[in-house]
Write a protein that binds this ligand. Structure first.
Ligand code: HEC
Ligand code: HEC
Ligand code: HEC
Ligand code: HEC
Ligand code: HEC
Length: 244
């Protein structure tokens, strides 16, 4: 029996198609396929977290995600679907880092009066100051970013030898972080004299991943990955009960 050349080419094409599909299937279904795409060293404190603690799988199968995004592209769906993993938004961070007494809770800054701060430093997103995969603690380079909101700061009985009003007038914006932390999560008291401030080089080293110059003790500690998993399972169980 002879096989025509055309037939043979068809069979080779068919076989190649199956082969590629198999490879794509295997790669996409591996739980850790993100490992092949690693982005850079984890930030301070995140060295031991698994990728999945932030990059949670997106809803639906890969096929459904592709389908949803095609529908979106041709205008039959209003929103694009996350592909592979969900976007790492503030809520992902707050799942572990929720601090009830954060002195700068980001949701407050959606108010109209913070429009410039949003434009200048994107103050409603953790990521604006803590970009991940950089091997550091804080990626915000402007140490004096307090200027975006504290130009009117004035204290009634100011304890400082050079008052806050004067510091602002002299645009001494880099001094703020030399006395105050941003979130107010360290257990310590701010200095009252400029000669007792934390040197700016030490603040920068802390941004880069060095020890905290404010205090070793914190008011709130983040959840570990194990605690976070437990919380998630408990939440799922509660949801399941409600449905019944
Ligand atoms: C602490 C949270 C966190 C962890 C843990 C984490 N990432 Fe990310 N990753 C992010 C954030 C934030 C981004 C920015 C893009 C986004 O929002 O999806 C990002 C982006 C990425 C991107 C670029 C794709 C994109 O959507 O822009 C890749 C690739 C990536 N991460 C891989 C990994 C791998 C591999 C691991 C495990 C070794 C990991 N990540 C662990 C937070 C994290
Ligand atoms: C699964 C839980 C978890 C998630 C999700 C998570 N973190 Fe963390 N994070 C931790 C733990 C645990 C530490 C280390 C403990 C510590 O340093 O207090 C840490 C440390 C940090 C630190 C350094 C703290 C310090 O004082 O050195 C920053 C900043 C931080 N995380 C920001 C973020 C941001 C921003 C996100 C979202 C992109 C995020 N984290 C997501 C658990 C988490
Ligand atoms: C406008 C910039 C900015 C934004 C937005 C921001 N941070 Fe920070 N963050 C800082 C600075 C500056 C420090 C260092 C001073 C300090 O320790 O408070 C810091 C320190 C931290 C620390 C270590 C000290 C602590 O409080 O335990 C954690 C954890 C942290 N940030 C998490 C977050 C999370 C989670 C978000 C989003 C909900 C967020 N940050 C949003 C600037 C920011
Ligand atoms: C997006 C605006 C914004 C930015 C940026 C900002 N703050 Fe604030 N800050 C506020 C608001 C709003 C308050 C609440 C006080 C008020 O209502 O006047 C506040 C309060 C404070 C307090 C008093 C907290 C308390 O518990 O009484 C300190 C200290 C402080 N900020 C320091 C800083 C420092 C240091 C920086 C820069 C690293 C900074 N802030 C950046 C808006 C901001
Ligand atoms: C030499 C240290 C020092 C410097 C520099 C400094 N502060 Fe303060 N600040 C203090 C002390 C001390 C207090 C009063 C006690 C407290 O609230 O911690 C205070 C209080 C505050 C308050 C709270 C006011 C209130 O109503 O309770 C704000 C807001 C503030 N500072 C913002 C700033 C900003 C913005 C800068 C930068 C221009 C700055 N501070 C620079 C030490 C300092």
């Amino acid at each position: 029996m002879r096989i025509s050349r055309k037939r043979r080419r068809q069979w080779i094409g068919f076989g190649l198609g199956i082969f590629m599909t198999c490879i794509a299937y295997v790669v996409l279904s591996m739980p850790n396929n993100e490992d092949f795409l690693s982005k850079g060293p984890m930030n301070t404190g995140h060295e031991d977290l698994s990728c999945e603690s932030c990059h949670t799988p997106a809803k639906g199968t890969v096929f459904q995600q592709v389908q949803a995004n095609i529908m979106f592209t041709i205008g039959l769906r209003r929103t694009a679907a996350d592909f592979g993993t969900e976007n790492v938004d503030n809520q992902k961070c707050l799942d572990c880092h929720d601090r009830p007494n954060d002195r700068h809770p980001l949701h407050r800054f959606t108010e109209p009066r913070f429009v410039d701060a949003r434009k200048n430093i994107g103050v409603t997103f953790c990521e604006s100051c803590h970009q991940e995969h950089n091997g550091m603690r804080i990626t915000q380079v402007d140490i004096g970013y307090c200027r975006n909101c504290h130009e009117d700061t004035e204290l009634k009985n100011d304890p400082l030898e050079i008052s806050h009003k004067e510091l602002v007038e002299q645009a001494q914006w880099s001094t703020c972080l030399q006395c105050h932390d941003f979130h107010g999560n360290h257990l310590y008291e701010a200095a009252e004299s400029l000669k007792d401030t934390i040197p700016i080089t030490v603040v920068r080293a802390y941004f880069d991943g060095g020890p905290s110059p404010y205090a070793d003790q914190k008011k709130h500690y983040p959840l570990s990955e194990a605690e976070w998993k437990k919380k998630k399972t408990a939440a799922k169980k509660a949801m399941g009960k409600k449905k019944k």
